[in-house]
Design a protein around this ligand. Structure first.
Ligand SMILES: Nc1nc2c(c(=O)[nH]1)N[C@H]1C(S)=C(S)[C@@H](COP(=O)(O)O)O[C@H]1N2
Ligand SMILES: [Mo]
Length: 502
């Protein structure tokens, strides 16, 4: 009694799902986490595109990597389901025409076509197609005719197709484990970074910064190491533009459009700047604030060459990931094009080959993977502004409290970093009596640069549980405002408070 009904059996469904998993694993094994060739990448982009703005508004800047994980999980599920469909079709046709070989053969062709059409990557597409075909073949070939995994079978354990399915399930699981290791070590374009030619100078500056850092347990120093620097962007799959092909075009309301190549950029005399970045979406005492030593050139020459004539005095910066942000020309004039970070080539996740740094402004104007500066005659919203944020202006002043240490003498040490953009940090004050009296904290010496944070530290002996309040005073003498606000839409504000001792 051959199953000729159009409704797929449960065994077929399970087998097709495993084939879908195998196809995704095969694609990943060769492509790795690649924006160009891994099947999940274009689906993920489509998922993010289809997500309502109101969700994106909170998901990326608030949930951060958790938000990314959600839509990646959804994208993987869609990829598995989509790649299971060809196998279902192939299984049904093979059974209908009583041609067992048709199942794996048709699966491989259809999956290959689907993968190739979505990614355009022949290698990973072939690997995915063969993996799916292997699952279907292993699950069906050589079984006695009539074992269709019919769920009405009196004893499921006696059904050879079912027993086979268990083996295929285990095999696919093992394959997924191997494939994820392979994919994890797949070479990624633009991933490796090399030491800069000016390493001697950057080493000197980094050593100085190390020496000026306050030695506080459980607290980073004045320069954030590359692997620890926060990362915020709209991508699950970062772009990796080829430096050799990279150009920055200056377009729009200019006397003449100009463009700069990577060789021209790195051929100019490099400068090294300590610059701190802070994301407008982070919570008051959050961790999306870091400092690095950046290597590159000031942008002023380039825009002078172009001759700007913008009516709104504003510019839209565009990037290779489709990100765009609009902000005042006046801020851009003091900007910097960075291709190095902490003595190394700019890492992919921070914008390789080149990113923009705009002194004192929120993180979002510091465009990574920058491709174009378009001068406008009329202001238009950027990516986050379209979603309700106001994160293109100067940063709010903040003193973080990230370390609480019990010292040998029984006193409590509290410490953190403070940042006020180009206003600079002049003082950090600590109160242990609810804000009645304030004492100056010890401050690290200012690093060279106009947009750099400082470290602060304060030790005291609490009598029972004590609330510590901390606030910074910026270079204009303005005290960090006390009034609390959430990060949305204009950045968190208020004083950081923490209970210690007791
Ligand atoms: N091309 C591009 N640039 C971008 C973003 C992005 O999504 N795409 N995110 C911005 C935001 S919101 C912040 S806070 C900073 C973070 O820089 P980092 O990831 O190097 O820390 O990059 C900015 N530049
Ligand atoms: Mo940000």
């Amino acid at each position: 009694m051959r199953d000729r009904t159009s409704k797929p059996s449960r065994t077929d469904l399970a087998l097709a799902a495993l084939a879908g998993v195998a196809a995704v694993v095969g694609s990943y094994a060769l492509a790795g986490w690649s924006r160009q060739s891994f099947i999940v990448a274009p689906i993920d982009a489509a998922v993010v595109n289809a997500t309502p703005d109101i969700v994106v508004r909170y998901a990326i800047l608030w949930l951060g990597s958790a938000g990314h994980l959600l839509h990646i999980a959804l994208a993987i599920a869609i990829a598995v389901a989509g790649l299971a469909v060809p196998s279902l079709l192939a299984l049904a046709l093979a059974r209908r025409f009583d041609r067992p070989l048709l199942a794996p053969a048709l699966t491989s062709v259809l999956v290959a076509v689907l993968l190739l059409a979505t990614t355009g990557a022949p290698g990973p597409s072939t690997a995915g197609a063969l993996s799916a075909a292997a699952v279907i073949g292993a699950g069906t070939l050589g079984l006695p005719a009539g074992s269709a995994g019919d769920s009405t079978h009196p004893d499921a354990r006696a059904d050879p197709a079912r027993r086979r399915l268990v083996g295929v399930f285990l095999g696919t699981t093992a394959y997924a484990a191997v494939g994820s290791v392979l994919g994890g070590s797949a070479p990624r374009t633009g991933e490796a970074t090399e030491e800069l030619a000016s390493k001697v100078e950057t080493d000197q500056l980094l050593n100085d910064a190390e020496a000026e850092s306050l030695p506080v347990a459980n607290l980073g120093g004045l320069v954030t190491p590359i692997g620890e620097f926060y990362e915020t962007d709209i991508n699950s799959f970062d772009p990796s533009p080829d430096p050799e092909k990279w150009t920055l075009s200056v377009t729009g309301a200019v006397d003449q459009e100009v463009s700069l190549s990577y060789d021209e950029l790195t051929g100019r005399e490099p400068e090294h700047r300590f610059v701190t970045l802070r994301c407008v979406g982070e919570s008051l005492n959050g961790h999306k604030m870091d400092n690095a030593l950046w290597t590159g050139i000031p942008i002023a020459d380039l825009i002078e060459e172009a001759g700007v004539s913008s009516d709104c005095g504003c510019v839209m910066a565009h990037a290779a990931d489709g990100y765009f942000v609009q902000f005042p020309y006046a801020a851009l004039e003091k900007g910097f094009l960075a291709y190095g970070m902490n003595g190394m080539g700019l890492p992919r996740q921070h914008g390789r080959p080149v990113r923009l740094l705009v002194p004192g402004h929120w993180g979002e104007v510091n465009v990574k993977w920058i491709t174009e500066l378009e001068f406008l005659d009329e202001a238009v919203d950027g990516y986050w502004e379209k979603r309700g944020w106001h994160g293109t202006g100067p940063v709010n002043t903040v003193a973080k409290l990230h370390a609480t240490n019990e010292l040998d003498d029984g006193s409590i040490e509290v410490a953190g970093h403070a940042y006020a953009g180009t206003r600079g940090v002049d003082r950090v004050e600590v109160s242990t009596d609810g804000g009645d009296t304030w004492t100056d904290a010890e401050l690290s010496a200012p690093l060279p640069g106009e947009d750099v944070w400082r470290m602060w530290r304060y030790a005291f002996t609490p009598v029972g549980e004590t609330e510590v309040v901390v606030r910074a005073v910026d270079g204009t003498g303005a005290v960090q405002p006390e009034e609390f606000s959430q990060s949305y839409p204009s950045g968190a504000s208020g004083w950081v408070k923490k209970r210690v001792g007791g």
